[in-house]
Design a protein around this ligand. Structure first.
Ligand code: AMP
Length: 341
């Protein structure tokens, strides 16, 4: 039993596998839980040693919450809900609890310009971005300011269509981000980079099950044309994916390039889990349009391990457990400072 460090996380997103992984590796756990979700997480109480109850995740930066976490000698595992509900400025400047990974890179996944800069530095193939609306002559995806997780995106194929929609939404044309829409198979790759061994692992891959875009194919085209469906990409769940083995090489190269770019632009770069989101087009070329600099919820498909982790580990390995393993190794080797910020 490792009594030195407590693994902490927010009760949401991928918390259950983070807690399970921590427990499997012998750590104590603490869950920062919303009062309204107490009932849900109590069903998994065997994974939780301590609970800190809050009314909003933004309270995580309150002094009393931080003090509780510090007294438990916590390392906080960041996930999507931390990025979404807690001010990154507070995380960067006013949060004294050690965070697993590079907390300064979280901003780079949330800011479209910074994200674009890192992808460019890495030299990975990204969908064309249109600087002027009048250049549009193909299917594009229009991303509105502040839109996240596909909410507030729309598809169009001409400047007139975009103008009409932008006008109806009362948005300034200057503020929209227009990107070529890649028709193909969306694929999300979950990496783990170990600074301790300087090794990159592909942990797993998924595709999302999104409403209502994944429901459109169930409606005949003539009915679609007559109805007014507002496209949405709200994630409901995830499916596992296994890539053709010949595609793996490129994926590892993209991962290596991103690590190199991240080290240069936002030192110490990616630490632990990160993910790329992209689409294979009709020729099999992979276009990357997003990255996440922490664990993604698509890894929840693989709490009992994935085909890829089974190749590397003789035990079921989730991303949550992989994180705990890395922390345990760093503690044993006296290198924990290399993993936290
Ligand atoms: P995200 O904002 O990354 O959660 O993306 C929401 C949805 O938009 C996902 O289903 C993506 O597959 C889709 N998407 C975003 N950008 C593109 C693009 N350039 N081409 C095709 N699909 C895209």
């Amino acid at each position: 039993m490792n009594t030195e460090v407590t693994i902490a996380t927010l009760g949401s997103h991928s918390a259950l596998q983070i807690l399970k992984g921590a427990k499997d590796e012998g750590f104590r756990t603490v869950l920062i839980c919303l009062r309204k979700r107490l009932k849900l997480y109590s069903r998994f109480k065997k994974l939780i040693d301590e609970m800190i109850i809050v009314d909003s995740f933004s309270e995580v930066i309150f002094k009393e919450v931080q003090n509780k976490l510090l007294n438990l000698n916590s390392i906080l595992i960041p996930h999507g809900s931390l990025v979404e509900y807690v001010s990154l400025e507070d995380i960067e400047n006013n949060f004294k609890v050690p965070i697993f990974g590079n907390k300064y890179i979280l901003r780079w996944e949330s800011d479209r310009k910074l994200k674009d800069k890192l992808l460019r530095e890495a030299g990975v193939r990204t969908p064309e971005v249109y600087s002027s609306l009048d250049e549009v002559n193909d299917i594009v995806i229009v991303k509105l300011p502040g839109a996240k997780g596909g909410k507030g995106y729309f598809l169009a194929s001409s400047p007139e269509e975009i103008r009409k929609k932008v006008k109806s939404l009362k948005i300034d044309e200057k503020d929209i981000f227009i990107q070529k829409y890649i028709v193909g198979t969306p694929t999300y790759i979950h990496f783990f980079y170990s600074p301790l061994s300087d090794e990159l692992e592909v942990i797993s891959m998924d595709r999302r099950y999104e409403t209502n875009s994944d429901g459109l194919g169930r409606i005949p085209a003539d009915v679609q044309l007559k109805s007014k469906i507002d496209l949405s990409y709200l994630v409901i769940g995830n499916f596992p994916i296994v890539l053709r083995e010949s595609l793996l090489e490129e994926i590892f190269e993209i991962g290596d390039d991103l690590i190199k770019a991240s080290k240069k632009l936002v030192s110490p770069g990616f630490i632990g889990p990160f993910c790329i989101e992209g689409t294979y087009d009709g020729t099999g070329s992979f276009y990357v349009f997003e990255f996440s600099a922490r664990i993604v919820a698509g890894t929840n498909v693989f709490i009992n391990g994935s085909p890829y982790t089974w190749l590397l580990y003789d035990e079921p390995m989730s991303m949550g457990k992989r994180i705990a393993k890395e922390i345990k190794k760093a503690l044993e080797e006296g290198k924990i400072k290399e993993l936290i910020t």
